[in-house]
Unconditional design. Structure first.
Length: 504
């Protein structure tokens, strides 16, 4: 079911849940925004000396009293893959709202942590029965294995006392609502209409944020990039590359077709896809056509799947666009999901580095919650500061000098000029959305709460060090997937798993 382009369907294809299947879809668009597109070289300006992936806060100034930094070692590489991926699995024991509540009993124990039949059914219930090719028994088995793997990984997070603060969770939810152009209250109502309780949704988001964080920390530390690899990359970058190996950015319109579709239904679906293609060829905006015709969750983004290397797209998509010019159209193309109309939005050499970058100069006020100041109180105080600044009764730099608990306070909170990717994702994601002069809502990080204002932006040529940093992190991203798989297998191998009664 969709609500004016905001897709809330809880049922989905099995590809969305189980990693054994290659193509992922995101029918819920209710998750926090993924990290920046790590295949875009503009995102690869990282401080090599830093060691914490999500280590937030204060940009270290000379003589600073704090050692925390806004600059990360590495945003999560490959976070977006296809913009179709749904990294969600429910983790709460809420009954499936399909008219029949399954019996609840323990189906497996992972290092003393039980997994229940109800949890398995909740995950399996997210698969559209019409699209389930696994069969009920195999579907439940895959759901159980997925929960076992995640449970083993989450125990690593707990052993290191890794947590998601209430403020971080709330911020992720608010950002998701804002991205969908609705309020949090409207989000709650729409989830409720789909049979998803607010508690279940919050628990699901928190679980996935924790999984993402532990994977980033554990995997990033295992990836080593040698200087000779960086130099080889930069040398290859200076050469012309095969256009068939270039990264591509595709947008699509999907007209869904079930496995049991009748010939008439197939004809109707094909006709609808042909109509969308005809309108696109006539010059109508493809994004608007996607919003109107497409039955894929990415229609809210104009059907855009992101700039990716060809091996991260379905082969039938790559074959359809390989000879197209940028802006070209293809289709309708039949896949297991239905009929697709494709548009090639961009083609870029896989090793291409930009010649210039956009730098941002921003300032912030930091409050650190503690015994005397709760996180909610810090957010409220910063929200009050924002009102004072916007009304003209106070100045940002003066409030920063008086109240900010950061070494930059002496400079009125000024963080200086920063390249793309030098700030951690939580901070930079907010900063990048601000126009010069605009002030953010209070932003929560693991070190405190910020109020951020962008002062100005400028274009600057890349330095040799910039190119080396970008190359190093592109190479790191390429190694991330294999390293992640090895780590996941290792965590599963370490875990003691006791199977009980099979899920029903």
């Amino acid at each position: 079911m969709t609500f004016q382009g905001w897709d809330l369907a809880i049922r989905m294809r099995p590809e969305t849940i189980f990693p054994a299947i290659k193509i992922f879809v995101n029918p819920l668009n209710l998750l926090p925004a993924p990290l920046p597109n790590m295949t875009d070289p503009m995102r690869f300006f990282i401080q090599p000396a830093m060691t914490a992936v999500w280590c937030l806060l204060v940009l270290l100034a000379p003589g600073a009293a704090f050692t925390q930094t806004l600059k990360p070692t590495l945003p999560k590489p490959g976070a977006e893959r296809l913009n179709l991926k749904l990294p969600t699995t429910p983790s709460v024991s809420e009954p499936v709202d399909d008219g029949l509540r399954p019996l609840d009993f323990i189906v497996a124990v992972v290092d003393n942590e039980p997994i229940t039949n109800l949890e398995v059914n909740n995950l399996a219930s997210m698969v559209d029965p019409a699209a389930n090719r696994l069969g009920r028994e195999n579907l439940l088995r895959e759901a159980l294995e997925n929960l076992i793997n995640e449970s083993a990984q989450l125990q690593v997070a707990r052993q290191s006392n890794m947590q998601i603060s209430p403020g971080e969770l709330q911020q992720a939810i608010e950002s998701t609502a804002k991205r969908n152009q609705i309020t949090v209250e409207e989000m709650q109502q729409r989830l409720k209409s789909q049979g998803i309780s607010w508690e279940r949704y919050r628990a699901q988001i928190k679980r996935q944020m924790l999984l993402q964080r532990v994977r980033e920390r554990e995997v990033s530390g295992r990836i080593k990039i040698q200087d000779h690899e960086v130099e080889a990359f930069l040398q290859d970058n200076s050469k012309e590359t095969d256009s068939s190996k270039a990264d591509i950015h595709i947008a699509h319109i999907l007209i869904s077709v079930s496995d049991k579709a009748t010939p008439d239904e197939l004809t109707q679906a094909l006709s609808k896809a042909e109509e969308a293609l005809r309108l696109a060829k006539s010059g109508e905006d493809f994004g608007k056509l996607a919003a109107k015709y497409s039955q894929a969750p990415d229609k809210v983004n104009g059907g855009q799947l992101g700039l990716r290397s060809p091996d991260r797209y379905p082969s039938l998509f790559v074959e359809a666009v390989v000879s197209l010019p940028v802006g070209g159209l293809a289709g309708p193309i039949r896949s297991g999901a239905g009929f697709h109309v494709l548009k090639l939005l961009e083609r870029k050499s896989a090793n291409a580095l930009p010649s210039t970058i956009t730098q941002t100069r921003a300032r912030h006020i930091l409050l650190r919650p503690g015994n005397q100041l709760s996180q909610d109180a810090a957010r409220a105080q910063l929200a009050g500061f924002r009102k004072q600044i916007e009304s003209g009764s106070a100045k940002f730099d003066e409030l920063a000098r008086q109240h900010s608990q950061d070494a930059s306070a002496t400079q009125g909170g000024d963080l200086g000029w920063s390249n793309p990717g030098t700030m951690v994702p939580e901070f930079e994601k907010v900063m990048d959305l601000l126009q010069p002069g605009e002030i953010s809502d209070p932003l929560v990080s693991r070190f405190g709460v910020h109020l951020v204002q962008v002062l100005e932006r400028r274009e600057e040529p890349l330095t040799i060090r910039d190119k080396q940093d970008m190359a190093r992190n592109i190479l790191r991203e390429r190694k991330f997937d294999d390293t992640l798989k090895n780590w996941e297998r290792e965590m599963r191998g370490r875990a003691y798993v006791e199977y009980r009664d099979p899920p029903q």
